[in-house]
Design a protein around this ligand. Structure first.
Ligand code: ASP
Length: 344
């Protein structure tokens, strides 16, 4: 049953209804105003990967899976912390990749695979989506963090890609200490080399012959950046270089489209110029980030026989993590509340 309001209550309701809206907003700011830091700040995003390949659940113990997830989480959060503190996307991808390079679990830096001579040869690249500047190194043997050297090539040299001895001379000239080759020796990788030389098919537990690490990020200024670092492929010969340090193949960033870092059978990523292809599909073909990544990874790359995956972030903070292999170590975090770490 509805009650008719008393005359006094009617007067009060009328008074409230005639209060100007601005006065009400001023009186109840917590209720009506957009809270600071929510919705008003530009989105920040980061995605990382720790390599793609044959990664089956059966091959992974709970302990090894927890260890992979822990290192991925540390790298992801370190990169995100840079962005959250107002740092650049370049600093964020650099910070994330360094952590993965220093982990013995991934095929980059410390955990790099061996070439056929039993030596670790490392490749890395970075690209700045704002300036389109890029730096890369290939075949370095004594550099703890190749991603940092790639960045120095970008910032302190007139070149894009330095290789081998020359890259290490450049490192010394720029104050980067070299480390002994023993820094990169791990039993797991040595056994993989022995198995490869015997011609054994690696068990799923060996996570295939390759792997790589990478990061892509969008900062508060709207700038994109990408970084990739790898030991390449187990038992590689003749100074083989993969897609990771090749701008456009395994690494690419353009504020007008996206930032990409790839992992997988490098020769195919080179032949499809995969990272740039994703960017071009977005910039020239009007595709969204997920559509473009899917089209390349499950289309052109797969059709040629290439396997692996990519992480991609666009200028609005949208993230794609696509792979056509059994798994890809990966993680993503953004200011929209997303935080995800996944393997399969
Ligand atoms: N793409 C890397 C290379 O071919 C390896 C990998 O990502 O697994 O050197």
């Amino acid at each position: 049953m509805t009650q008719t309001p008393s005359p006094a209550r009617r007067r009060m309701l009328k008074a409230v209804c005639t209060i100007p809206l601005a006065a009400l907003l001023a009186y109840c700011p917590a209720t009506f105003a957009t809270p600071p830091d929510q919705g008003a700040r530009p989105v920040i995003s980061i995605a990382i990967h720790g390599g793609a390949g044959v990664i089956s659940r059966a091959s992974m113990t709970p302990e090894s899976e927890a260890a992979y997830r822990a290192d991925l989480g540390r790298a992801l959060d370190a990169g995100y912390a840079v962005l959250e503190g107002g740092g650049s996307s370049l600093d964020a991808v650099d910070a994330a990749v360094r952590i993965l390079e220093d982990s013995p679990m991934f095929n980059a830096g410390r955990g790099a695979v061996f070439n056929s001579e039993g030596i670790n040869e490392l490749d890395a690249a970075v690209m700045d989506g704002k300036t389109h500047k890029a730096g890369a190194v290939a075949g370095v043997r004594h550099v703890q963090n190749p991603v940092g050297l790639a960045r120095l090539v970008m910032e302190k040299s007139p070149h894009v890609l330095l290789s081998g001895q020359g890259a290490e001379d450049f490192a010394l000239e720029n104050g980067v200490p070299l480390v002994p080759r023993s820094w990169f020796w791990t039993e797991k990788r040595w056994k993989q080399l022995e198995a490869a030389k015997r011609g054994d098919r690696l068990s799923a537990a060996d996570i295939g012959y390759y792997g790589t690490v990478g990061a892509v990020a969008l900062d508060r200024e709207g700038n994109l950046a990408a970084a990739t670092s790898t030991g390449g492929m187990t038992n590689k010969r003749w100074g083989r270089i993969g897609d990771s340090p090749l701008i456009g193949a395994g690494t690419y960033a353009d504020n007008g489209s996206c930032a990409v870092s790839a992992t997988g059978s490098g020769e195919y990523f080179i032949r499809t110029v995969a990272a740039h292809e994703i960017s071009a599909l977005m910039r020239l073909g009007g595709r969204g980030v997920r559509e473009a990544a899917h089209e390349v990874v499950h289309g052109r790359l797969k059709e040629l026989g290439g396997d692996g995956g990519v992480i991609v972030v666009d200028g609005k903070g949208g993230i794609a993590m696509e792979f056509n292999s059994e798994g890809m170590f990966r993680g993503a975090r953004s200011s929209t509340g997303l935080r995800e770490i996944a393997i399969y």
